[in-house]
Design a protein around this ligand. Structure first.
Ligand code: TXA
Ligand code: MG
Length: 347
């Protein structure tokens, strides 16, 4: 399949090109588009055959449900059983934005979207190109991140091209995404609200609106059914092995220096994922700066890009600095832990 790649400036949207993209969605094809978090791989969310193509193109297990993206509130009501007072309060503050909400689903939502669950994930993205595409398509757009299953989520059109060229109809290049990590997923479908995936909207933020909110403890126990099926799969994985170092910064730096020296002596190509504040401490290995410890947002924005860069450099192993788990740090460490496949060295 030929993948058409178009460039769209979000401040000056080309209507003819966007109309072409909307037409592909309406006809059951696949279009990758930018959101404020990561690039999505979109299809008509009410057309099961179209949604099926998403799973195929990604190589994604079909028991992992998808998010429906909407551009206006009137698209929400037909998809859900009810919208609670709490949901309205949260929506008022955070939509459009990097927050996905889980509701009890209506009968309109196809099985293939929810992987058989009785709930549905919905998000209104805060990106003019994404909103334009949804409005033109006149349907909720089902969209997972536009990476091959298991790979880091794409934050630039070039990442989507790497993973998806030849497998989908169109890629809309709208530049690099602003935030760089996927949306927070908040389950409002039963009783107490639960954060199923940490993201840019933090526990601390949500706690201010609803003191009952809790964080899902995830999948530490074997055999337990996860509330968010996505959590059981390996994610964001670089080709190289990745080790994540946690603890006090000074200790992390010492340990990475020792480990890098040892591995380089063994003849390995070593990548070090460092921060602005620590980069000058390292003498061995290929050092890349992911961002500043003083501005967690910079780390969120660059994390997936830096993992892909290490792959291009064909390093054998990545030694990554962990950061504090407060606020946005929780979402960053969640992605880093998954990228490392749980290989954590605590000091
Ligand atoms: O920022 C984002 O959320 C991006 C952009 C493209 O919008 N999308 C994204 O989609 O990250 P995806 O498919 O990669 O992740 C969706 C997550 C998965 O962990 C999935 O298991 C969970 O949401 N999810 C979807 N529907 C659910 C449901 N009904 N109940 C629980 N978890 C659900
Ligand atoms: Mg994903």
């Amino acid at each position: 399949m030929d993948t058409k790649i178009i460039k769209i400036n979000e401040n000056k949207i080309n209507k003819d090109l966007m109309e072409e993209a909307g037409c592909i969605i309406r006809q059951g094809g696949l279009v990758s588009f930018p959101t404020e978090t990561v690039y999505g791989l979109g299809a008509d969310g009410l057309n099961p055959q179209a949604v099926e193509k998403i799973y195929k193109a990604k190589g994604r297990p079909s028991d992992n449900p998808l998010i429906l993206h909407i551009s206006s509130m009137d698209q929400l009501y037909p998809l859900v059983k009810e919208v609670s007072q709490l949901a309205y309060k949260i929506i008022e503050q955070y939509w459009p934005g990097p927050l996905t909400l889980i509701f009890k689903k209506s009968r309109l939502v196809p099985e293939i979207i929810t992987a058989g669950l009785d709930s549905v994930a919905i998000r209104m993205p805060d990106n003019p190109i994404a909103l334009d595409l949804i409005a033109r398509s006149k349907t909720p757009i089902a969209a997972p991140s536009a990476n091959r299953s298991g790979r880091p989520s794409p934050t630039r059109a070039s990442h989507v091209i790497e993973d998806m060229e030849g497998r989908i109809d169109m890629i809309i290049d709208g530049g690099s995404t602003d935030l760089g990590l996927e949306s927070t997923v908040l389950d409002l479908s039963e009783g107490r609200p639960v954060i199923l995936r940490p993201g840019l909207i933090t526990y601390e933020d949500l706690k201010k609106i609803e003191s009952q909110v809790i964080e899902d403890q995830g999948l530490d126990r074997e055999n337990e059914k996860p509330r968010s099926p996505g959590q059981k799969y390996r994610h964001y994985a670089p080709e190289a092995e990745m080790l994540l170092f946690t603890g006090k910064v000074e200790k992390i730096v010492e340990k990475i220096k020792d480990e890098a020296r040892r591995l380089v002596e063994e003849g390995l190509r070593v990548g070090i994922m460092a921060t602005e504040e620590t980069k000058s401490s390292y003498k061995d290995g290929l050092v890349k700066v992911v961002g500043s410890r003083l501005e967690q947002g910079t780390i969120a924005a660059n994390l997936f890009e830096v993992i892909r860069e290490f792959d291009k450099e064909e390093v054998d192993i990545i030694l990554a600095e962990g950061i504090g788990e407060d606020n946005l740090g929780r979402a960053i460490m969640n992605r880093m832990t998954k990228a490392a496949g749980g290989r954590i060295i605590n000091s």
